[in-house]
Design a protein around this ligand. Structure first.
Ligand SMILES: *Cc1c(COP(=O)(O)O)cnc(C)c1O
Length: 374
């Protein structure tokens, strides 16, 4: 494939001297779990996000699971409570809710933003709803006045699934006075899975919050339920971030402004160059607040479009072909009718967008797309 959908070797190549040196330092230090490198990364992530504190954890799903379990331990949520969640999301958003014995209430997406349609929130509300899990899909923040007012009016917890949108801004400022994702709700979960905009060299994640009690509970739950060695206050887990990953992430996080700028430049190049009535482009706002984790177009005959692009050397992916309510593991939701979500699952295609691509390469891919005839 001349233009693979994502070439992680090329993405990381410019940073490798700094990353190798940082990994080497951890190896030489003899400290392989916790310690000063993890703490330094936590401080830098909090500063980058505009939150007072962050806790590094093992991955993005665990970040969300720990948030929900911590709220249960703190008595802020109870098993059986309902959590509003976008129907159009990665299955991990649902898994975190059900793992904590909470009940997902899926809400359809806005067909323009592809994020949860916040005008549908009030109709989805019942007294069982105690929280909203907002998902900033494809790098676009899902946070506006309607969502902010909804959680305020009903006194709900707002949790962010910020796996895909580190560095993005919502439509309005959140309670901490910034519109930056990760600082918009009561707590936010980050994933640093290798393909994410800030990707580690393995699994990694984090939780940010302004709530010290929540973060203390998350940190204890991620460490066998213990704050002090051999003193277990919760039935916890082992979900810690290792310093080798934290060392990689410090370098990647420092590069985030450049990563985001390159992705925005590439998205703008696609937006200007793609001109084919069979291909629906994503929403572009001015200013551009999206960080373009994916650049997702829609086509009616996806298999034909993907085959055509593959034959012309362009790799693509699908995020996601099967929505959570149609997964075998969620058979109890299979009778739900979520037509906007289901139509998106059948028509979305992710194009190459990484910071390793140049605008000239985006131009070449766009010309190939413009010659597509269904
Ligand atoms: C990647 C992702 C997750 C899960 O993160 P992991 O680190 O892979 O566990 C959760 N939600 C969304 C929207 C994601 O894209």
């Amino acid at each position: 494939m001349k233009y693979p959908v994502l070439d992680l070797g090329a993405v990381n190549a410019p940073l490798m001297p700094a990353i190798s040196a940082a990994i080497d330092e951890v190896v030489q230090s003899g400290r392989y779990v916790g310690g000063p490198v993890v703490e330094a990364f936590e401080e830098e992530l909090a500063a980058a996000t505009g939150t007072p504190r962050a806790v590094g954890v093992s991955n993005g799903l665990d970040a969300m699971r720990l948030i929900f379990k911590a709220y249960i331990e703190l008595g802020r949520l109870s098993p059986g409570d309902a959590v509003i969640v976008p129907a159009n999301t990665y299955v991990a958003s649902f898994l975190a809710i059900t793992d904590a014995a909470l009940r997902p209430v899926p809400v359809e997406p806005d067909p323009v933003t592809l994020n949860m349609d916040t005008t549908l929130l009030e109709a989805a509300y019942t007294p069982d709803v105690k929280a909203v899990l907002t998902v900033h899909l494809y790098g676009r923040a899902c946070y506006d006045a309607a969502l902010r007012d909804f959680v305020g009016r009903h006194n709900l917890l707002l949790v962010e699934d910020n796996a895909q949108a580190i560095g993005a801004d919502g439509d309005v400022a959140g309670p901490l006075g910034t519109a930056r994702t990760g600082a918009l709700g009561n707590a936010a979960a980050f994933s640093f899975y290798p393909t994410k905009n800030v990707g580690a060299f393995g699994d990694a994640g984090a939780v940010t919050s302004a709530d010290a009690d929540l973060l203390d509970a998350v940190r204890a739950l991620a460490n066998y339920g213990s704050r002090e060695r051999y003193n277990n206050i919760y039935k916890g887990y082992n979900c810690r971030l290792d310093p080798v990953q934290a060392a990689v992430l410090r370098v990647k996080l420092a590069a985030l402004p450049a990563i985001t700028a390159a992705r925005r430049r590439n998205a703008a190049a696609y937006q200007a160059a793609i001109d084919n009535e069979a291909v629906t482009k994503p929403l572009m706002t001015a200013p551009d607040r999206c960080v373009w984790h994916q650049y997702v177009v829609r086509v009616s005959d996806r298999a034909m479009f993907r085959n055509y692009l593959a034959a012309n050397g362009v790799g693509t992916d699908v995020h996601y072909p099967v929505p959570p309510h149609r997964q075998k593991c969620y058979a109890e939701y299979s009778a739900l009718r979520l037509p906007v979500t289901e139509r998106l699952a059948d028509t979305v295609v992710s194009l190459p967008i990484s910071e390793a691509l140049t605008p000239a390469q985006i131009g070449k891919i766009s010309r190939i797309i413009n010659s597509y005839r269904p």
